[in-house]
Design a protein around this ligand. Structure first.
Ligand code: FE
Length: 286
């Protein structure tokens, strides 16, 4: 493909077992000692359990400032409620995309007593210029997310961004111009997607195996792509399902403090002061 440099996998991780919220067991994939962040992706968690003890306590009301949270469900249902007045339940294939910006308090609670709960939470950074802007919320069900079917019978669910074939996802974000695809490939199927040079990209394997320019990735592995013009890969003989996530690098300092991600330590301390003084979220308690 003349001049189209292919992105290679430069790092692989399986994440580490972690616990968050009121004791929800999860796997932390980004925001670990190995991989602090992949600008602008600040955190990636996978939750997956059919044991209610692992998830039933959920994520009771807690604050955020400085970034966006993206919840994508594969199985089970989750209820979101926040201090700005948004409330909704998403089921399998649904997405909640919340811009915390200057401050929000939200809860994320499983809407089930038993059965499998499986999904992902991603944190995407906001540029310094928008960290103190107003919060907002976008929610889409599986039926509202465009599905692209390939000639070989593969399926591409487009949550945000534009595919090479022109399918556009419903989530709007002009700040980091993210791409978030849920891709299912048939046996041996080849997939490729052009990405701007400005973007970092990762692939997370939900099922099956893929080969990427000599590197094999299997279920539950995250591969980080290096630079290049496009991502190209092929599914192994059992097919594959993966998330392809990319976003525009912000190239700004990252300061973390619990549920806050700002540019400086002073801004983190300010966020904690604002939280204690009840100034963080305009709507107050939920
Ligand atoms: Fe949260």
């Amino acid at each position: 493909m003349g001049g189209m440099t292919q992105r290679k996998i430069i790092q692989i991780t399986s994440g580490i077992p972690a616990s968050d919220g009121a004791g929800v067991k999860l796997t932390r994939i980004i925001a670990t000692a190995d991989i602090d962040h992949i600008d602008p992706l600040l955190l990636l968690d996978r939750f997956e359990s059919d044991n209610p003890d692992d998830y039933i306590a959920g994520f009771p009301p807690h604050p955020h400032r400085g970034f966006e949270t993206v919840t994508y469900m594969l199985a089970g249902r989750m209820r979101h409620k926040d201090s700005v007045g948004n409330e909704g339940v998403i089921g399998p294939g649904g997405v909640q995309w919340m811009r915390a910006a200057k401050g929000i308090i939200h809860s994320e609670m499983p809407e089930q007593q038993d059965g499998l709960l499986r999904g992902f939470q991603l944190w995407i950074n906001l540029p310094a210029s928008h960290k103190m802007s107003s919060p907002s919320y976008q929610e889409f069900s599986r039926e509202q997310i465009p599905l692209e079917v390939t000639e070989s019978g593969g399926e591409v669910r487009v949550i945000t961004g534009t595919t090479d074939r022109g399918t556009v996802g419903p989530v709007i974000n002009s700040l980091t111009e993210p791409l978030y695809l849920d891709v299912s490939l048939t046996a041996g199927e080849v997939f490729s997607q052009t990405l701007p040079k400005s973007h970092n990209a990762v692939i997370y394997m939900i099922d099956g195996e893929v080969g990427i320019d000599g590197t094999d990735l299997c279920k539950d592995q995250l591969g980080i792509f290096g630079d290049g013009a496009r991502v190209s890969l092929s599914a192994a003989s059992d097919g594959a399902r993966f998330l392809l996530i990319a976003g525009k690098r912000l190239e700004e300092p990252v300061a973390r403090g619990g549920p806050f991600v700002m540019n400086t330590k002073a801004e983190i301390l300010e966020a904690f002061r604002d939280m204690r003084a009840g100034r963080l979220a305009e709507g107050g308690l939920i």
